[in-house]
Write a protein that binds this ligand. Structure first.
Ligand code: NAP
Length: 321
């Protein structure tokens, strides 16, 4: 029988890739989308006739119950959240409403309307904040250092609590930063690949960045959504870190992106200390031992391949303008 999946955050980066994957696998895919006066379907326009959009909002319990009842999904992927860390400082209460309490509302809706559905919660490496060990594992203590991380930690533990208390098949994927051509340019990886393409095409002259020595664990969003799907295909629910397992510095990223367009990055990039993150979380790197052993998952794309595909995408898109 055809499986049914409900994705919240369908219009986001991960939601769009996960929808593609599930359609490819033969699922009937439903997406929970909140109303927007200006339209927010850019990332999923190409899936318009393959995905059924249902109107709902993480802020509204009854809309979640209606959407779950209507779609009656076998699997629910909660990818919706206020996902931008700096905004969580200027809108901390709203971030908690979406990213923390929204998950309570969703879990409660599942418990009441479709308790046998399998549930994936998008946790984040931001729950570790300033970790006391590196690499982090599924056992590493949570020390979130921003309202987004605090909200994700709450959602993480609620997901586990619903599993333990009510026996829901609910699990958390602790993802580290993952990128793609569908990522916004406010995130440093896309900011750099996009800027390299702009400069190459003569559409921009320079690029200002913060700490070039900051290191991150980056992987490709397409790889990450595969891991999410694998997690819900197991006999028992469990939590996993989803990461590349390696770090690269912003400097390496800049070098690689400018190399892809045949330019020397030092001619264009300057450091602006005002971009330094005062509370920068350093050496966040995930151990992928558990997911590799238990799910046989590991990223298919290398750091260099990811940079290259993103630069190529921006070059092509900008050239068509
Ligand atoms: P994203 O591109 O920012 O997408 C967020 C999605 O959430 C959008 O579809 C947005 O809808 C939706 N949303 C926000 N508030 C909502 C609400 N109140 N009700 C319903 N939908 C709402 O995020 P992403 O990069 O795909 O990330 C997916 C998930 O993974 C998020 O939970 C994020 O926090 C987490 N995560 C991401 C990363 C990463 O590197 N990408 C790393 C760790 C964890 P609109 O289109 O209407 O705004």
């Amino acid at each position: 029988m055809q499986k049914k999946a409900l994705i919240t955050g369908l219009t986001g980066q991960d939601g769009s890739y996960l929808a593609e994957l599930l359609v490819e696998k033969g699922y009937q895919v439903f997406g929970l989308v909140r109303r927007s006066s200006s339209g927010n379907l850019d990332r999923i326009n190409h899936l318009a006739d393959k995905v059924e959009i249902l109107s709902g909002d993480l802020l509204d319990q009854s809309s979640l119950m209606d959407v779950i009842t209507e779609s009656s999904p076998d699997e629910i992927y909660n990818l919706a959240s206020q996902s931008y860390v700096p905004l969580s400082w200027t809108q901390p209460a709203l971030t908690a409403e979406y990213t923390a309490l929204g998950v309570s509302r969703l879990l409660e809706s599942i418990r009441r309307c479709k308790p046998d559905a399998r549930f994936y919660q998008a946790s984040s490496s931001e729950v570790f904040g300033q970790p006391d060990e590196s690499p982090q594992t599924e056992q590493t203590a949570f020390r979130p250092r921003n309202p987004y991380g605090v909200a994700k930690a709450y959602a993480h533990w609620m997901t586990i609590n619903y599993r333990q208390k009510y026996g829901l098949y609910s699990c958390c994927g602790i993802t580290y930063t993952h990128e793609s051509p569908r990522r916004g340019t406010e995130f440093v990886f896309r900011k750099i690949t996009h800027a390299a393409a702009m400069i190459k095409l003569g559409m921009s002259q320079d690029l200002k960045l913060g700490n070039l020595d900051a290191r991150r664990d980056w992987c490709y969003a397409k790889d990450a959504v595969h891991a999410m799907w694998f997690m819900l295909q197991q006999d028992k629910p469990d939590d996993f870190i989803i990461a590349s397992g390696e770090t690269h510095s912003v400097r390496e990223l800049v070098e690689c992106a400018f190399r892809c367009v045949g330019l020397n990055w030092e001619d264009y990039v300057s450091v602006d200390p005002s971009f330094y993150r005062p509370d920068e979380t350093v050496q966040l790197v995930g151990s992928i031992d558990k997911i590799r052993k238990q799910l046989n998952w590991q990223p298919q794309y290398s750091f260099e391949e990811l940079v290259e595909l993103m630069v190529d995408h921006d070059l092509k898109r900008l050239s068509e303008k």
